[in-house]
Design a protein around this ligand. Structure first.
Ligand SMILES: *Cc1c(COP(=O)(O)O)cnc(C)c1O
Length: 497
């Protein structure tokens, strides 16, 4: 299996090269040259395995240049109870009849990003070894809140790596900020940007693709890679939990092998839902992929009309990890569904860069309509949904997951579809205690983020993740805040070059 660039189909690299490099030199994203398949027998066998074995099976299909021992080393180190609070790594909770919450937040930073970022450092350092790169890998991250912390935890003190995280100063929750600014480790750095997530992401992309910067790094024994979901090493691990939950539902007798399920994903950068698309194309029986957005509903409009238009107001919402107007991974999806036509992708994404807008062809529109349902909701509806679920099922969910639940409810109302459904639950409610308490009518303006956690625990009785309560006594290490145009200088000066 080889990896091509979405903007140049002639690019042909191994998975190790794709993961080490992060993004293709032409600005395109690496995509597998073909999507491997999984049989019903495979699914049955997976039911009897633990999570890390399931992961090894899926990776074996995508990372064909890795040896079995290399894959085992990566999955065994990442997916263990050293890092996750549950032996199952992720949990499937029954919400109501035929609806399951796929809780992806039992890792060290309490968001689904851990599912990929606990393993990425192992994949990346194994990759650089395989291709004999003796450079120090510099990880640059733009974060809307959760990726930053998850990447910092994953990479802290990993030999041969250094990590720098940029976050939008006013675009993350108090708990998220505290998680990042107190990060421990000798090889870590954190910096706020006066701007939004898109500014941070564009800044990082520009630094990545600058030849001048790359040359300077190379001269000094460094190279860049990415821990954002533009890196294939972030995306591949996310396919696993969709495959795994399907196998689990079959094993538990909740569905019969071959029954279709819907997958609902609260979406920002389109990474998580794209992983669901890959799982479907591999052979997991999926009916609809339901893409849920907050007030930043550029994807809702795109998936329903075929017009992507980022020229719109940016909204800061109570689901900040989805406050995104440029969803990078859409490029991978479009590459696959437009027949791997790199010229078309260059045309559309060139227009996105120059005009902020593009429109896909009628064929592509038809495929999008067939595969996806898209919906959105605002903050008030999100809060009402949290309250409603808590009252009805004594289940408390975070602000991002609630967007998914609300959009799913709208979908059922609109279509009457009774297909069993997995809803990706992407963060612990404790990361967003303020908004969650507000939603259930227990807002307390005077309490700090830790008092809010205690209060939420009192009301819901849900156990508080140790990694969050421990933050209280940690010292703030990072206080820099810079203009979005100064990111390059900041990176170079941090590296001392
Ligand atoms: C990152 C994130 C999302 C969005 O995921 P994408 O892969 O960017 O679409 C949703 N919810 C939470 C809690 C997140 O951290």
């Amino acid at each position: 299996m080889y990896y091509k660039s979405t903007r140049n189909s002639d690019v042909n690299v191994t998975s190790a090269q794709a993961i080490a490099q992060g993004i293709s030199k032409d600005g395109g994203l690496f995509v597998p040259s073909e999507i491997p398949s999984i049989s019903f027998d495979d699914i049955k066998n997976l039911g009897d395995m633990g999570y890390s074995q399931r992961a090894a099976f899926v990776f074996g299909k995508y990372l064909t240049d890795f040896s079995e021992a290399e894959i085992a080393y990566c999955v065994d180190n990442a997916y263990s109870t050293k890092n996750f609070e549950t032996e199952n790594i992720c949990e499937l909770a029954h919400l109501f009849d035929g609806t399951y919450m796929l809780e992806l937040w039992h890792g060290p930073t309490c968001a689904f990003k851990d599912m990929a970022l606990q393993i990425l450092p192992y994949l990346l350092t194994t990759s650089t070894k395989k291709i004999n790169l003796d450079k120090k890998v510099v990880i640059l991250v733009a974060t809307s809140g959760d990726t930053g912390k998850a990447a910092l935890e994953g990479f802290k003190d990993v030999p041969g790596t250094q990590i720098l995280v940029f976050y939008p100063e006013d675009g993350v929750s108090a708990m998220q900020k505290k998680q990042m600014t107190t990060q421990e480790g000798e090889n870590v750095g954190v910096c706020a940007i006066k701007g939004n997530f898109d500014d941070a992401q564009n800044g990082v992309k520009a630094i990545f693709t600058s030849e001048e910067v790359a040359d300077k790094l190379a001269e000094n024994g460094f190279m860049f890679s990415s821990a954002n979901s533009i890196n294939w090493g972030r995306l591949a691990p996310q396919i696993i939990y969709y495959v795994s939950s399907y196998a689990q539902l079959v094993k538990d007798g909740e569905i019969n092998l071959g029954d279709k399920i819907n997958i609902v994903v609260p979406t920002g950068n389109f990474g998580n839902i794209l992983a669901g698309y890959y799982a479907k194309k591999m052979g997991i029986p999926v009916n609809k992929l339901i893409c849920a957005s907050n007030a930043n509903n550029v994807l809702t409009e795109f998936l329903t009309t075929g017009v992507y238009n980022r020229n719109r107001q940016f909204h800061t919402t109570i689901s900040p990890s989805m406050d995104i107007l440029i969803s990078s991974n859409l490029e991978r999806l479009l590459y696959h569904i437009c027949g791997e036509n790199d010229a078309t992708i260059r045309d559309w994404f060139g227009k996105l860069a120059s005009e902020g807008k593009y429109e896909v062809s009628d064929d592509v529109k038809a495929i999008l309509k067939d595969e996806f349902y898209a919906g959105c909701c605002g903050d008030e509806e999100t809060k009402a949904c949290i309250d409603d679920i808590f009252n009805k099922f004594s289940y408390i969910c975070d602000t991002h997951t609630a967007v998914a639940v609300k959009v799913y409810e709208d979908y059922v109302k609109e279509t009457g579809d009774e297909t069993k459904t997995v809803i990706a639950s992407t963060a612990s409610p404790y990361k967003f205690s303020n908004s969650v308490l507000d939603a259930i009518g227990a807002f307390d303006a005077d309490a700090d983020e830790f008092a809010l956690v205690d209060k939420l625990c009192e009301i819901t009785k849900l156990a508080v993740p140790a990694s969050l309560s421990e933050l209280k006594d940690k010292e703030v290490r990072f206080t820099s805040s810079i203009n979005k145009n100064d990111m390059k200088e900041f990176v170079l000066s941090t590296l001392g070059i």
